[in-house]
Design a protein around this ligand. Structure first.
Ligand code: ATP
Length: 409
């Protein structure tokens, strides 16, 4: 019996080891299948998210196609709301209609004066337009009391003096001009490369004289549609009169004030009409009124002579690229507000040769960011060195990095 048991032992051992092997094989297969299943699940999730993205894109494109196919709407203003379903509107050509109102809009959104879109056939109110859609409102930056002081501007003392004389004095002491019997300039043209402080200096004059600052960019006035540009110029001046004392800052005036050559397209002709309207407005207001205009351009060479005649922009003030001492004062202004360790200002001034005021400010911000990233509360010289390199690189690769400055450098 014992011998029987002993005889069976090797075979049972080998069976056991075989079943161990099989188990291991099964386990390996299981693991590889499990991995495969996991991979497939991940793939499915990623495909599902792709499908969702594509579905959203299709919906957006469908919506775009629908918008492109939809008929044009007429713009009008609500005059009165009669009941939940109808209102009286004045369409853009001045005719007054009683029309239906789309129930989806919610009648409470309609008030006398609301800008609305009207269906072309039935003139039913189909949409409520935000007031900011008005090109004048969306294009102009209006600051009742800008908070820039002359002391925030570095290296432009001479220019500030000229502007104070041409704008600030007539606004504050018109009696002096009346007494002497001369007319002060109506507007001043600031010329110089971008980022050197043209907007800042105009804001500072407005702040000093407690005038409202209204900034309009020339390209916003260069409209494609006949009559739009002229209307905007008219509205701009009437807005300034309403808010007087006011300073209109017309940035990039070259967009509408370029020399009048033979206009090739109707778009060019419209830009010319806008310029004519601007000239008419400039001639139409009294130099002693409390509205002043400061225009800015970095292409004075292409401006129409008509703009530069006496009584229009007859004062030209150049805002140049900051030289060494200007860079020093601009940097002192910006660095003065920062917490720094001992730094060598002359080294920073030297390394920033060719930087505009905006570049100098960007350098300070970049250096400050490096300190914050490093969890330090003080900015070091090395931060400035690194920041100068970053800003210089951005300048060189940025759009129009040298085109607009070519005239001045
Ligand atoms: P653009 O023609 O592009 O409008 P700009 O000449 O009007 O440019 P600003 O908008 O006045 O330039 O300047 C941009 C920023 O650069 C300012 O907000 C300011 O922080 C900084 N800066 C520029 N020039 C000076 C300066 N002379 N002193 C102090 N900061 C300046």
């Amino acid at each position: 019996m014992t011998s029987d048991v002993e005889a069976m032992k090797p075979s049972s051992v080998s069976e056991e080891s075989r079943s161990d092997d099989e188990l291991r094989l099964l386990e390996r297969d299981y693991r590889s299948l499990h991995d495969k299943a996991q991979n497939l699940i991940t793939e499915r999730v990623s495909l599902e998210s792709d499908i969702n993205k594509l579905k959203k894109r299709t919906a957006r494109l469908d919506e775009e196609i629908r918008m492109l196919k939809s008929p044009p709407l007429i713009i009008g203003h609500v005059q009165d709301v009669l009941n939940d379903e109808s209102a009286i509107v004045r369409s853009s050509n001045g005719t007054v209609f009683q029309v239906a109102v789309n129930q989806r809009l919610g009648i409470s959104r309609l008030k006398p004066g609301t800008r609305v879109a009207l269906n072309q056939d039935t003139l039913a109110v189909t949409d409520v337009l935000h007031e900011a859609w008005d090109p004048l409102v969306s294009g102009a930056e209006l600051i009742e009391a800008p908070n820039i002081e002359y002391s925030h501007i570095g290296g432009l003392d001479e220019q500030i003096e000229k502007l104070r004389e041409a704008i600030e004095l007539p606004l504050e002491r018109p009696d002096l001009f009346r007494k002497v019997g001369i007319e002060p300039p109506k507007g001043v043209l600031l010329v110089g490369p971008p980022g050197c402080g043209k907007t800042m200096i105009a804001k500072a004059v407005a702040s000093q004289t407690n005038a409202t600052f209204i900034r309009m960019v020339g390209s916003e006035l260069a409209q494609k549609y006949i009559g739009e540009g002229g209307r905007m110029v008219r509205e701009l001046f009437s807005l300034a009169r309403d808010k007087a004392p006011a300073i209109i800052f017309l940035d990039e005036i070259d967009a509408i004030g370029a020399k009048r050559l033979d206009a090739a397209t109707s778009g060019d002709r419209e830009v010319q009409r806008t310029l004519m309207q601007l000239l008419a407005e400039l001639d139409g207001f009294d130099a002693l009124e409390s509205v002043k205009i400061i225009a800015a351009t970095n292409r004075p060479d292409i401006l129409d002579d008509a703009l530069l005649r006496p009584g229009r922009f007859d004062r030209i003030v150049e805002i140049p690229m900051p030289d060494e001492s200007a860079r020093k004062s601009i940097l002192s202004i910006h660095v003065g507000r920062m917490a720094t360790t001992r730094i060598s200002m002359p080294r920073i001034v030297e390394a920033t040769n060719g930087f505009t005021g905006a570049d100098l400010k960007a350098t300070c911000v970049e250096a400050g960011m490096a300190a914050i990233r490093d969890k330090r509360s003080k900015v070091r010289q090395a931060d400035f060195t690194q920041a100068i390199q970053i800003v210089a690189k951005k300048r060189d690769s940025g759009p129009g990095s040298n085109s607009s400055e070519a005239l001045y450098v």
